[in-house]
Design a binder for this molecule. Structure first.
Ligand SMILES: C[S@@+](CC[C@H](N)C(=O)[O-])C[C@H]1O[C@@H](n2cnc3c(N)ncnc32)[C@H](O)[C@@H]1O
Length: 246
């Protein structure tokens, strides 16, 4: 999968590319990342990338011509990619959207700065707008880094352990179960006994029950979006009964 990123601050985005899962996936050739700076497409001596908004008011916008020239150059190299504008006004990013994007293939991520970009560029060039949450950050770079990381994790072969992504929160619509590592006892708190007995089916049942129970307690909205099968309904009943005892 190829992801191009259009940003006035490429050095910010290199942080996610040069470390951890994304860097290893790039080394394996699973994901190809290229950064583009609209400043390289300016024509004036000062390499201007911002401009005043029509109608006045505070703040600047990204200057249209260098951004448009940059977008067109990226599209020439990556013609089948969908262009995503990172924006607080976009559709909220969820795991489903991330998984779908991996299936749909190449992407161009456009990072806004200042007050954003000219509305006509959105009409002309942008396929979708994505938001990472109902809050405003100063530029699209952090949002692009979130997308790159979340997408790369879903590319088959990108994670060390093949099943890791399938066990994470949201993958089956539920939150992940709690996890424990050594030591067995810390400040009076013990690892749940079932995890120590080596009985794989009992461990799986416990993990599934915790995942459903935790989702019920913390994110009941997620349960409302899915249909629990009979086994899951049973596990949830057990979880609720046990939580009343403690
Ligand atoms: C200061 S914001 C501009 C906000 C814009 N004036 C608005 O209120 O919709 C600058 C840039 O940060 C990015 N950005 C800000 N919040 C975001 C969010 N929640 N999700 C994705 N990108 C965001 C966008 O690329 C945006 O163009």
């Amino acid at each position: 999968m190829r992801i191009d990123v259009i940003t006035l601050f490429p050095e910010l985005v290199t942080g996610v590319i040069q470390h951890g899962v994304v860097s290893r996936a790039a080394d394996k050739g699973l994901v190809e990342l290229k950064l583009w700076n609209p400043r390289d497409f300016t024509q004036d001596r000062h390499r201007t990338v911002d401009d005043r908004p029509y109608g006045g008011g505070p703040g600047m916008l990204m200057k249209v011509e260098p951004l448009l020239a940059c977008i067109q150059a990226v599209k020439q190299e990556n013609p089948l990619a969908r262009l995503i504008y990172l924006s607080p006004q976009g559709v909220l990013l969820k795991q489903n959207l991330i998984n779908q994007s991996v299936e749909q293939g190449n992407l161009i991520l456009l990072c806004g700065r200042y007050e954003g970009i000219d509305e006509r560029l959105i009409e002309l060039e942008v396929d979708e707008e994505w938001s990472i949450g109902d809050y405003v950050i100063s530029g699209g770079e952090l949002a692009a880094m979130v997308c790159i990381d979340a997408i790369t994790r879903q590319i088959p072969g990108a994670l060390g352990h093949q099943d890791s992504a399938q066990q994470d929160s949201f993958s089956g619509g539920l939150l992940d179960c709690p996890h424990y590592t050594r030591p067995e006892l810390i400040n009076g708190l013990k690892v749940p006994e079932v995890l120590l007995n080596g009985h794989h089916q009992l461990i799986q049942d416990w993990r599934d029950k915790q995942a459903i129970g935790r989702t019920w307690m913390r994110r009941p909205d997620l349960l409302g979006e899915m249909e629990l099968n009979e086994r899951q309904q049973g596990l949830l009943k057990e979880f609720i009964a046990e939580s009343k005892l403690t």
